[in-house]
Design a protein around this ligand. Structure first.
Ligand code: FAD
Ligand code: UDP
Length: 375
């Protein structure tokens, strides 16, 4: 029997969106299934009172790659939003990322030399290569910033002591000895005008779509419909946790519609003390310079992951990387041993590859796949 679809795309996030787009250009057919009620994965936006609410967490697009920037702008143009979050530590307000504005507010220093001298004096306790996130943070920005802006936020976010966390997590954040509150170093950044659904709808145009459909309980019948499966759900769940459970962090979002034009004067305010139970408050209208007389805010609470919850962040420490490696080998073996007529299964995206990927990295990985697949 001829298979009906060339590709079954499990998960309707950006990774499979890009694959759907290029598959269609190559004349291939796709069926998309997602267990959620909407397309878009984590970038899906829900419209409330004309405001695009980032339902699964605030998303700011940024990249250094011109090809990726041109591609996403061809789907829907980005505005000039520049992410400049504020940190609120017990009522004291600081600019992020760590830059001369932060150092001035913290210590009254004016010049880069003064800031360097201050940080130098505060990192003397760290000898040699930093062994964990605490040591890495103190060695980058000194004790005061670590205590007020990093420790509480990070321990809430990851549910672990900073001494038990890998240092690479904090290396994502820029440290600048000049006055610049732009959170990202990348050359290009913005939010798609009209929200991310504009991109998503273009990406999945022409594909057959089944929402509210979990692939795993229906894998037998769905596999019969296609020649290839691209799976972007959690890889450990696909294999029924045979190599052990991978760790994730989950989140809970509390969203409110407020009868006022502006709640906090900025899209992102981080609460960096340990006691406030949420890590940040997002005010969505500021992503698109909204003018209306109402506003929507979301408090973001980190949650210990349990089976059945949304796995938002992979925890890429050594223990989990080793478990992931076993799943990756298993996936490769499964394709080698595949019986005639059975679909090939490719694992991709943030959960399929168990990588702390930003959107542009997910698109880059999908480009790489498509270049090989549709050449
Ligand atoms: P996802 O968007 O995770 O989509 C996977 C989809 O698969 C989901 O819709 C899920 O429902 C579905 N699925 C899973 N299992 C099954 C199953 N068994 N059957 C059917 N469907 C299934 N990146 C940035 O560049 N900038 C940011 O500012 C930014 N902020 C972020 C904030 C948060 C809170 C989070 C969690 C991520 C953020 N990211 C950001 C990263 C960004 O979300 C990802 O890079 C990107 O969305 C991942 O796309 P994806 O296609 O890999 O997967
Ligand atoms: N971080 C922090 N204080 C802040 C913001 C970030 O200590 O106010 C740390 C925290 O450990 C976090 C990491 O920097 O996990 C990366 O932050 P980023 O904003 O890049 O994380 P994401 O957007 O992926 O949640």
């Amino acid at each position: 029997m001829d298979k009906k679809y060339d590709y079954l795309l499990v998960g309707a996030g950006l990774f499979n969106g890009v694959i759907s787009y290029y598959a269609r250009k190559a004349g291939k057919s796709c069926l998309v299934v997602d267990k959620r009620p909407e397309l878009g994965g984590n970038v899906y936006c829900e419209e409330i009172e004309g405001i695009n609410v980032h339902k699964y967490g605030a998303h700011i697009f940024h990249t250094n790659d011109r090809k990726i920037w041109d591609f996403v702008n061809s789907l829907g143009e980005c505005n000039r939003y520049t992410n400049s979050p504020i940190a609120n530590y017990k009522g004291e307000i600081y600019n992020l990322p760590f830059n001369m504005n932060t150092f001035n507010r913290m210590w009254g220093v004016i010049t880069p030399d003064e800031a360097r001298a201050k940080i130098e004096s505060q990192r003397a306790s760290i000898k040699g290569e930093p062994k964990n996130l605490e040591e890495q943070a103190i060695s980058l920005v000194g004790e005061d910033i670590y205590r007020k802006l990093i420790k509480g936020y990070t321990e809430k976010q990851w549910g672990k002591d900073c001494k038990e966390l890998p240092s690479f997590i904090i290396k994502r954040l820029p440290v600048r000895y000049y006055y610049d509150n732009n959170y990202f170093n990348d050359r290009y950044q913005g939010i798609p005008e009209g929200g991310y659904n504009v991109w998503i709808n273009k990406l999945f145009e022409g594909a057959d779509i089944r929402l509210n459909t979990n692939f795993l309980p229906h894998r037998e019948e769905l596999s019969k419909l296609c020649k290839n499966i691209i799976y972007t759900g959690p890889i450990d769940e696909y294999f029924d946790f045979s190599e052990g459970e991978l760790e994730y962090r989950s989140l809970r979002f509390e969203t409110e519609l407020l009868d006022k034009a502006d709640y906090q004067g900025n899209a992102v305010v981080n609460y960096t003390d340990r006691e406030t139970p949420y890590t940040r408050i997002i005010e969505h209208k500021h992503f698109e310079f909204g003018k209306g007389d109402k506003t929507v805010i979301t408090k973001e609470y980190p949650v210990d992951f349990e089976k059945g919850m949304e796995p938002y962040y992979p925890v890429n420490d050594q223990k989990n990387q080793e478990i992931y490696k076993r799943y990756k080998e298993k996936a490769e073996q499964m394709n080698k041993d595949r019986a005639d007529g059975k679909p090939r299964v490719i694992f991709g995206g943030r959960l399929g590859a168990y990588q702390y990927y930003d959107m542009d990295k997910v698109i880059a990985a999908a480009f790489e796949f498509c270049e090989e697949e549709f050449k």
